[in-house]
Design a protein around this ligand. Structure first.
Ligand code: HEM
Length: 316
């Protein structure tokens, strides 16, 4: 499967494309912030923004649905994409993370099939309602799980999920493995996660009065009016036998966690509506001092996001 075939299938399955919108994670907004490294990674990577130098960042929070009108009050994926900027505002490093803890598939094919199964029904129904309403979807899930048994772990995890109360009280995982490269060339595999300083908080059931279907971005803007929102960037370091080529398998939670630094989200970007159509994140954009692992999903994501970005910025 090529990136173009994957993207065509995603666009068809999600009843798109919707010109100007991302093919997934369609509703979002861009914020500004600063990342300050803790210094603890100094012996593991030669990338200055992860070791010594505070860096300006762009942060896009998003609802993972392909539908820009999808409700935030239904369970679903939420995203947090961070771009570290160089002195001349050039992109240096992108971290594109989401709220699942393991990926639905060990390879790109399984993910595209999942999008197709979820997309069987009308575009605006939530995944849960669609699963109940559409008989074809039940059969679709059964076939998917037979072909991709590794998807069970993420489905189980996802089924247990509540609804996020705030973009600021949500943990986001990078899922794919990367490699830190030290000044002396030593290589250390890791996965990263953003831990919210305010703790992880779900929306109570039933939701409090005043919660509107698309409340998450407004809630974040209101929160930022009272002060910055913080996240800790944590690196889960692989043990020698942890596989880096399978994002559907979590590494044991007793693996060493190293705090890389602190992100302070300070406010909405003044140009956020232009950036909605023009900004293209790429999880394979890494600086000297960070390498891609052999994870096949990671490399594929890079080519799909770049292609999706070029279709979107060309007005498609
Ligand atoms: C083969 C696997 C995957 C495929 C084919 C895929 C596909 C896509 C596509 C087509 C987009 C929209 C891009 C655009 O229109 O500009 C997107 C966005 C996004 N994806 Fe994935 N994705 C994959 C895996 C993942 C994983 C593992 C994560 C999280 C760790 C993730 C998180 C995100 C986020 C946060 C966005 C929004 C980025 C932004 O704000 O611009 N995706 N993905």
């Amino acid at each position: 499967m090529t990136a173009a075939q994957a993207l065509d299938r995603i666009e068809t399955a999600t009843h798109g494309p919707r010109p100007g919108y991302r093919r997934l994670h369609a509703r979002g907004s861009v914020f500004r912030g600063t990342f300050t490294p803790s210094g603890t990674l100094a012996s593991l990577t030669r990338a200055p923004h992860l070791t010594t130098t505070p860096t300006e960042v762009l942060v896009r929070f998003s609802n993972g649905s392909s539908d820009p009108g999808a409700p935030d009050t239904e369970p679903g994926v939420r995203g947090m994409a961070v771009r570290f900027l160089g002195d001349g505002q050039q992109p240096v490093h992108d971290l594109v993370a989401a709220t699942f803890r393991v990926f639905a598939s060990r390879n790109p094919e399984g993910f595209v099939e999942l999008v197709e199964v979820l997309g069987v029904a009308e575009p605006t129904a939530s995944p849960v309602r669609r699963a109940l309403r559409v008989p074809g979807q039940v059969a679709g899930f059964a076939g998917l799980l037979a072909r991709h048994p590794e998807s069970r772990a993420s489905m189980r995890e996802f089924g247990a999920r509540r609804v996020q109360a705030s973009y600021a009280t949500t943990r986001y995982d990078g899922i794919d493995a990367y490699i830190l490269v030290a000044a002396d060339g030593r290589r250390s595999a890791y996965r990263y996660r953003w831990i919210p300083d305010a703790g992880e908080v779900d929306l109570p059931k039933p939701p409090p009065a005043g919660i509107t279907p698309r409340f998450l971005l407004d809630e974040l803007r209101d929160r930022l009016a009272a002060g910055p929102v913080g996240f800790t960037l944590a690196f889960q370091m692989a043990a020698a036998d942890d596989r880096t080529d399978d994002p559907s398998r979590a590494w044991p939670e007793d693996r060493k966690i190293v705090v890389g630094g602190a992100l302070s989200v300070t406010g909405a970007h003044t140009d956020s509506s232009t950036l909605e159509s023009s900004l293209v994140f790429d999880p394979t954009l890494v600086p000297d001092g960070v390498d891609l692992s052999d994870d096949p999903v990671l490399r594929f994501r890079g080519s799909v996001y770049r292609l999706a970005g070029s279709r979107r910025t060309a007005g498609g």
